[in-house]
Design a protein around this ligand. Structure first.
Ligand SMILES: NC(=O)c1ccc[n+]([C@@H]2O[C@H](COP(=O)([O-])OP(=O)(O)OC[C@H]3O[C@@H](n4cnc5c(N)ncnc54)[C@H](O)[C@@H]3O)[C@@H](O)[C@H]2O)c1
Length: 284
């Protein structure tokens, strides 16, 4: 999809971080916006910023883990704009990171999977059919993570959620071959966003008592550390430029960080070495 002028872009998790940066980058290209987030204040701030580009903006307070709410958001999009060209299923939380699998409760699993995976599923259910029927050029960007391709200790649930987003995106790309809808999967490394603070405040609202953070899968020490590391990460505006470039050139994998390649190569080497080893023991 070459030209975003007068297109309609829907972004979930648009209130902050990469969602905000993508929304403003699209608005700068003349795209009208549908901004969805679970946080009203953040949404209103981005709405005001986006309007400065002279585009139309619809904001919807939407919890992406709620199928009906996402459907209502899609209906509102079509009621207002009668189309959607760019769909960014981006909303996410980083809960569960740092907690070993043996210590992760079901509530913690549910939260990260409901937002990070079902949020993408709900977005596709709400928009995909109508985007295809509309017949206009379009593009779908699902936000995974480099943790969707490579994960280590303490990443069981978050990694599972992001691996699922990569799998959904790969399948979708194959299914949409020959249509005028492109697909990308965004796999960032560390990006300087409020992800940790935002996730923690959502965890607090979920459990209603801050001392229950762990029940939502929040490991305070990991979150403190991660928060500092993220501060040194890539600027979300740079990620947004990469997303824009990938929409224009229909690039599937958006691997934002230069150091990711080495880790991915090591993982592929391990897979192939084990495969060769097994073939040697079981040649037929
Ligand atoms: N920051 C990083 O280093 C990094 C790296 C890889 C992947 N990611 C992924 O990027 C995406 C965006 O994260 P970010 O870093 O910009 O964080 P962020 O916290 O700045 O933005 C995420 C937004 O999603 C919203 N949100 C959370 N739960 C929601 C829900 N249930 N429904 C609707 N909105 C909800 C939050 O209110 C927030 O505004 C996430 O999917 C995250 O997992 C982030």
């Amino acid at each position: 999809m070459e030209n975003l002028k007068d297109s309609v872009a829907v972004v979930t998790g648009a209130g902050d971080g990469m969602g905000r940066a993508m929304s403003l980058a699209f608005a700068a290209q003349g795209a009208h916006l549908v901004l969805a987030d679970i946080d009203r204040q953040r949404l209103e701030r981005v709405e005001a910023e986006a309007q400065q580009f002279g585009v139309e903006v619809l904001t919807t307070l939407t919890d992406v883990s709620d199928a009906e709410a996402v459907q209502a958001m899609a209906d509102a999009t079509y009621e207002r704009f009668e189309r959607c060209n760019v769909l960014c299923n981006n909303a996410g939380v980083v809960s569960s990171l740092g907690t070993p699998i043996k210590d992760l409760g079901l509530d913690a699993w549910d939260w990260v999977l409901d937002v990070n995976v079902k949020g993408v599923v709900h977005g596709l259910r709400g928009f995909l059919e109508r985007m295809l029927e509309g017949g206009e050029p379009g593009h779908i960007v699902n936000t995974a993570s480099i943790a969707g391709l490579n994960i280590g200790a303490g990443g069981g649930a978050y990694g599972a959620s992001k691996h699922a987003v990569v799998a959904i995106s790969r399948s979708l790309r194959a299914e949409l071959a020959g249509t005028n809808l492109g697909v990308s999967v965004l796999c960032p490394g560390l990006v300087a966003t409020g992800l940790v603070a935002n996730t923690r405040s959502l965890a607090e609202a979920r459990t209603d008592r801050s001392e229950d953070e762990r029940a939502a899968g929040i490991d305070p020490e990991t979150m403190e550390r991660l928060g500092h590391v993220l501060d040194e990460g890539m600027k979300p505006e740079r990620v947004a430029e990469m997303v824009l470039d990938s929409i224009r050139s229909n690039r599937f994998y958006i691997i934002t960080h230069a150091d990711s390649g080495e880790r991915l190569q090591a993982q592929l080497d391990e897979i192939l070495a084990d495969e060769r080893d097994l073939r040697e023991r079981f040649p037929e």
